[in-house]
Design a protein. Sequence first.
Length: 88
Amino acid sequence: MEEEQLENVLRNYKTRTHHVVVPEDGVNSSTNKEEVCGICLAKYENKESIGKLWCEHEYHECCIKEWLLRKQDCPICRASASPFTSAN
């Protein structure tokens, strides 16, 4: 993906800051879903920036930026990373 195309995609995707929720009793329940980046497979840490593609899959913002420099699709479902093009 060219730099200009990447900037266009990044301008149109959502980001959020990850927040770890600690239960009142201070013990993590095994039912709590750990969120993991599908690119680097690391758990999201508190206050990390998370990017969400149009297909709703989320990744560390730094990981998805690096991925999109090489590929034009979602690492999980292969949907187009750009809302303006269709998947191949």
